[in-house]
Design a protein around this ligand. Structure first.
Ligand code: UD1
Ligand code: UDP
Length: 362
């Protein structure tokens, strides 16, 4: 039995890593298929290094582009690769253009498709990620829903019960296993001059935020005020899309906000775990901060991770500066110690076992 594990962006590399480790442990045959959607060292290679992942069998080197051009190039490359390698199962993860292309190329070749992190919904069709998730779910044969909430979303769209498996989210193991490794590899807080609990960690990259001058400018005002009014330093490992658009819009970073290059996963985990609070529009950071017991303020109008809000780990505030400051103030006072709502350890292994059982049966 042969697996193809498709990935292309940093969150996919992180969240696929527990599955890759499980495939390696079991000695199963697999190809790691990289679309090349992310390609800068700090968005791509550093994660292979930090997570000790094998070299991809192929990198399609698709790079950046419009949604159509990027997805189209991936489809062409993935179809050719799957035709030649004939995997039994193709695994895709999350909601990027890579996921959509991987699922679509495979299903049309009659290959079993497994969607990891199925059933998340923001119910906001203006987000490219929502379109990608819905389409990937509807063409996949095996839907690995991380929680009961995501499984319910799938059922509500009429997806058959027999395809839905509640497995937990692979991010739980990606965080827990690598936090230990990170601690043994160096002192990220020390080398950045940060004091545990003395700073806010911010990340920003969503199309709806960084491609809009108004929303991006509002976030900058909110960051400046949040830092000033709480007396906390704001540290911002900056996604290249945010950096590019700050330049395009001619917007300046407030003087009390420290922008740095994106961090590798092991450093980022330490910085995330030591933060007083995470202020972000990232899906992964909403989950990881919840796992790490760090309160999160989400710079979006909605979230497809409502479980984090329900347990009290996260609040969704949008980009209005006053609401950002209000969210930061209230979450800094929030009692920590919530239970992790993203499932137990072992999601990667459960996913691999289900693929094996289903493919042998099918
Ligand atoms: C993509 C995903 C998003 C995911 C995010 C994770 C889609 C539609 N979007 O968004 O869901 O949350 O990845 O980070 O699939 N760039 C670089 N170097 C890189 C990659 C990107 O400089 O290695 C810059 C380029 O200017 C590029 C821009 O970032 O145009 C956007 O990259 P792209 O992959 O299109 O989208 P992301 O914003 O990264
Ligand atoms: N991340 C990282 N370094 C950074 C910022 C993020 O290692 O400087 C990791 C983070 O730990 C998480 C993933 O990148 O695992 C989240 O990626 P991103 O926010 O780009 O995408 P999303 O999760 O929103 O799809």
């Amino acid at each position: 039995m042969r697996f193809s594990v498709v990935l292309g962006t940093r969150p996919e590399i992180v969240k696929m890593s527990p599955i890759v480790r499980d495939l390696q442990r079991r000695g199963l045959d697999f190809d790691l298929v990289h679309t090349g959607q992310h390609y800068s060292f700090e968005m791509d290679r550093v994660f292979f290094r930090d997570l000790d992942l094998p070299e991809p069998t192929i990198n399609l080197e698709v790079g950046s582009g419009t949604h159509g051009a990027q997805t189209g190039k991936m489809l062409v490359g993935l179809e050719k690769f799957f035709q030649e390698s004939r995997p039994d199962v193709v695994l895709v993860q999350g909601d990027t253009n890579t996921v959509l292309a991987g699922a679509l190329a495979a299903v049309k070749l009659g290959i079993t498709v497994g969607h990891v992190e199925a059933g998340l919904r923001s119910f906001d069709r203006t987000m490219p990620e929502e379109i990608n998730r819905v389409l990937a779910d509807h063409v996949s044969d095996l839907l690995f829903a991380p929680t009961d909430v995501s499984a319910r979303n799938l059922r509500a769209e009429g997806l058959p019960e027999g395809r839905i498996f509640v497995t937990g989210n692979t991010i739980v193991d990606a965080v827990r296993e690598n936090l230990e490794i990170a601690a043994g590899k160096g002192d990220a807080l020390g080398s950045l001059g940060l004091r545990k609990g003395g700073y806010i960690l911010t990340t920003l990259h969503r199309q709806e935020n960084v491609d809009s001058r108004e929303r991006l400018s509002n976030v900058l005002i909110g960051l400046e005020r949040a830092g000033r009014e709480t007396g906390l330093e704001v540290i911002w490992p900056m996604h290249p899309r945010a950096r590019k658009n700050l330049g395009t819009f001619g917007l300046a970073i407030p003087s009390n906000v420290r922008a740095i290059s994106p961090l590798g996963f092991l450093e980022f985990l330490q910085v995330e775990g030591g933060a007083a609070l995470a202020l972000t529009d990232s899906g992964g950071v909403q989950e990881e901060s919840c796992i790490l017991g760090v309160p999160c303020v989400t710079l979006r109008d909605n979230t497809e991770r409502p479980e984090t809000v329900e347990v009290g780990a996260n609040v969704v505030v949008g980009t209005d500066p006053s609401r950002i400051v209000e969210g930061v103030r209230s979450m800094l006072l929030r009692k920590r110690g919530w239970a992790c709502p993203l499932g137990e350890s072992g999601a990667g292994g459960r996913i691999v076992s289900i693929c094996q059982e289903r493919t042998i049966q099918g």
